[in-house]
Design a protein around this ligand. Structure first.
Ligand code: ASP
Ligand code: MG
Length: 474
């Protein structure tokens, strides 16, 4: 048998992408047209997770819960006995249990994805697609059990997921699997964090050694910037795993931050496709060679920057370690740090600022250092394997308002005052993306301005290099 053909394909439909069942069916047909076994992963229908989350809150009233139950029921017509069972479970869940407990919240949220499957399976069958619903927790997609943000345990899940899905694929039926949830240590449902069905799909693809995993987005593939802020934003045809990971981490809301890891580990290509324009596609995979320039820009929500001055800082052991340890003890993640000889700036989420302030205050006191009051900033990130080389082209007016810059080969991050964020984003997009050497997939050789390696041809003259187009004109 053709081994390539027999490797499955995994496709994920998000809430908004599920709205058009005929389009979902068409995509399923097209993906299985060459005989590839297909696994479908779905998230809850659009708005359902938000609505359930609100109903989990302590301030949710009984009348509000009634409205939510009706609203959820209306969104899942024709979901049969399984749907009724889940709706009854939802009602029980919302009317009882320890309000605010993460386990209860996860039990309730998981019903969103379960109902999506209950609803989608009969709808697809009526369009002639042979499919069957699968609950990821029951299947054995094991997690570390951390409610609200669990990690999938690939090693423990491999056996049950391959056996369970493999049996269905062998029968020629399409498994429709709940995204966003997995199995906790005692079999309870545990969710993977918002947007987690991307992560479910890439983990399942990795476990099945799929040919690729396709993530269907209702509007666009991955764009060079948020189109609501940058009208010239354009689709990105190719991203390396590392670039996609940076993008997801910077909160571009295109991919769940854990999506890339399982795919990278197992060499599975990720395809992010627009449902509206199926030819629009971003492929995420291993780079053939060093890629060039900046591929995308992101702008974070407002965050808080603390500036600490440690006189003689570099000579004092343990300053950074202590800073991070104290913040970690207070449950505050450091989103970004900027350092110079005597100054360390750390960036934390706005809602953690009131925990971080006193911790840092005590630290500077003990260390004889100085702390400035937190300032609200946004983090502007330019992502691309050649990002650091593009730093020189960042417009001076953007650098002038910067409160900190950090650069690695994968990204350049600039903290700017909130009011300058969108203007800076547009300026960077014009220079680095619209006029930049981006979107080339790869370049065979990287110039080495710091001297040729022994045994190599001598470096061409600067004029020759200009002629060969080493850098695009600005
Ligand atoms: N339904 C979940 C959420 O809204 C998971 C997902 O959409 O991927 O976060
Ligand atoms: Mg969703």
């Amino acid at each position: 048998m053709n081994r390539r053909r027999s490797r499955p394909v995994v496709v994920k439909f998000g809430g908004a992408a599920l709205a058009d069942v005929a389009a979902v069916a068409a995509r399923i047909r097209s993906l299985s047209s060459d005989g590839a076994p297909l696994v479908v992963v779905v998230s809850a229908r659009e708005g359902v997770t938000d609505r359930l989350l609100a109903a989990c809150e302590p301030r949710a009233t009984s009348a509000g819960i009634d409205r939510t139950l009706r609203w959820v029921r209306d969104r899942h017509p024709g979901s049969g006995v399984a749907g009724e069972r889940h709706l009854a479970e939802l009602e029980r869940g919302l009317r009882s249990g320890a309000v605010g407990s993460p386990a209860r919240t996860d039990r309730i949220l998981a019903i969103g994805e379960r109902l999506a499957v209950d609803w989608l399976v009969p709808a697809l069958r009526s369009l002639g697609i042979d499919c069957v619903g699968v609950d990821a927790a029951a299947l054995g997609l094991w997690t570390d059990g951390r409610h609200g943000g669990a990690l999938i345990d690939l090693d423990q899940s491999r056996g049950p997921v391959r056996a369970g899905l493999g049996a269905l694929l062998a029968r020629g039926t399409v498994p429709i699997v709940t995204g966003f949830l997995g199995r906790g240590r005692h079999g309870e449902p545990v969710t993977l964090g918002r947007g987690g069905s991307d992560y479910s799909a890439s983990a399942i693809a990795a476990l099945l050694e799929a040919r690729f995993v396709e993530l269907m987005k209702p509007e666009a593939s991955i764009l060079s910037a948020d189109p609501s802020m940058v009208s010239a934003a354009r689709p990105i045809p190719y991203l390396t795993y590392a670039e996609a990971e940076e993008l997801a981490e910077f909160g571009a809301r295109v991919l769940h931050p854990m999506t890339v890891e399982p795919a990278r580990r197992h060499g599975v290509e990720i395809r992010v496709r627009s449902m509206r324009r199926p030819d629009e596609l971003t492929v995420v995979g291993p780079a053939a060679a060093a890629s060039v320039g900046v591929r995308a820009l992101t702008l974070s929500p407002t965050v808080h920057l603390f500036r600490l001055r440690f006189p003689g800082g570099r000579r004092r052991p343990g300053v950074l370690a202590e800073l991070c340890a104290r913040l970690a003890e207070a449950g505050v993640p450091v989103l970004q740090a900027f350092t110079s000889a005597a100054v360390v700036s750390v960036v934390v989420e706005t809602h953690r600022s009131s925990s971080a302030g006193p911790v840092l205050g005590r630290l500077v006191e003990a260390r004889g250092a100085h702390l400035e009051p937190a300032v609200p900033v946004v983090l502007l990130a330019a992502v691309g394997s050649g990002a650091i080389r593009e730093l020189a082209r960042v417009p001076p007016e953007v650098l002038a308002v910067g409160r900190g810059v950090s650069a690695t080969r994968a990204s350049v991050t600039i903290a700017v005052p909130v009011e300058d964020g969108q203007r800076a984003l547009r300026a960077l997009h014009t220079v680095l993306i619209e006029r930049g050497p981006t979107l080339r997939r790869a370049r065979p050789a990287v110039r080495r301005p710091f001297g040729p390696r022994p045994g190599r041809a001598p470096r061409p003259s600067p004029a020759a290099r200009r002629r060969s187009g080493g850098k695009a004109p600005a």
